[in-house]
Ligand binder design. Sequence first.
Ligand code: F3S
Length: 401
Amino acid sequence: MKPMELTKEEQQMLNGEAGYAARKSMEILTALGEIYGADRLIKVGSVQVAGVSYHNLGDAGLEFLNELARDGKVRVLTTLNPAGMDLENWRNLGISEDFAAKQNLVIDAFRRMGILVSCTCTPYLIGNLPRYGEHVAWSESSAVTFANSVIGAKTNKEGGPSALAAAFIGKTPRYGLHLDENRVPNIHVQVNAVLTKLSDWGALGFSIGKKAENKIPYITGIKEAELDELKSFCASVVTYGAQPLFYMRDITPGAENHQPPIDSVTVEDRDIKDAYDSINDQVTDIELVCVGCPHCSIKEISQIAELLEGKHVSENTEFWVATSRVAKQIADKRGYTEIIEHAGGKFACDTCMAVAPLKGRFKSLATTSAKGCFYSRQNKMLTKMGSLQECIDAAVTGKWS
Ligand code: F3S
C-alpha cells in the first residue's frame, strides 16, 4: 500500500493541529485512500451522510458522533439521510419516548457539526443538487446511483463515517467512481419489456441488478423516463445489483460517450413478471402501506392526494407517505396534506420504512418500491409491490387484491 500525497494543510490536519474531528477524519480518509490506491484527496462539492437513525447507530454510534461534534464543523454543504422517526410528529407514527429522546440526541450532534438537518434520501430534490461531472461524497445508495447516473456527478458509495470525514475536510480520496476509467459501462442491457407503472421500474431495477451482477449497465430500448421512475429504478438496481452507476441511452448524460458493450443481456416482459414473483409474498391482509421509497416528490404526493380524495384508510391498516420535510411543506400549501390526512393517511417526514424501528410492529407491507420490499423483509414483514393505485386500494380496504 502506497501512502497518498498530502498537502501541507492536510498533513497538519492529520497531525492533529486542526483539532480532534479533523485528525480523525484525515485518519479515515488516508486509510481508505491507501486501501484503494488513491494518489491524493480531491475537493467535493457536497456530502450526503447516511447512518442517521438511532435504530442503526445505537449508543456506540451516538457516542462516536458526539466525540466528532466537540470541535467538528463541516466545510461543504452536507445533508442527512432519513432518521428513525418524523422529527416533529413522531408520536403520530407510534415511536416511543425513549427512542425519540435518543434520536434527538443524534440529530443534535449533527446540527452542532453544521449539517443541514434535511433527513431525506432525495437530497437532489431539496437543494443538494450537484452539477454534471462534479465530485461529491454521498452515502445513501439510491441517491449515489441517482447522482452518478441521472445527474452525471461522481461519487463512491460512502459509508457514514467516511462521508462525515469528507464533510469535515471538504475532500475525498481519488479512487473508484471518481476516476473516468472506472466509469466505463461493461454490459449491454437491451430492454424489450413494456413498462406501464412506477413499480415496473423497481422490477426492472431488480432484473437488471441481478443480470448485470458486478458490471456497469449500458441500457438501451427505453424511450422515455420520468424523474420519479428514474429515482425508483436507481433505488432498485443498486439494491439488487452491485454498481451505483448505469447509463441509459438517450435518457441519462454521458451515455452518448460510450458504445454498447459486447457482453449483452436482454430484459423481456417475463423478466419483469419474474421480478414481481420474487418480490411479492403470499399475503392478503395488509397492515402497513408505505409509499415514498425513495422519498416522494411533490408530484407523487399530488397523485396520492388525487387517488385518496373522498376515501378513507381502513381501520386495520396504516398508510404512510414518506417524504422530505421540504416536500411536505409544499404539500401543506397546495392542500394535499389536508386531503391525505383527512382520509386517515399519515406523513412520515424525515424517515422511512427501512430505518424506522418497525420490526415486530407490522406483519405485512404494501408499497410501490422494490427497495422498500427488500428492507421490509429484513424487518420480517411479508411484502407486496404494486402501482400507486393498488397501494391506495390496499390502504382503503386493508387487503391486497
Ligand atoms: Fe430512501 Fe429509505 Fe428507501 S432511505 S431509498 S426511503 S429505504
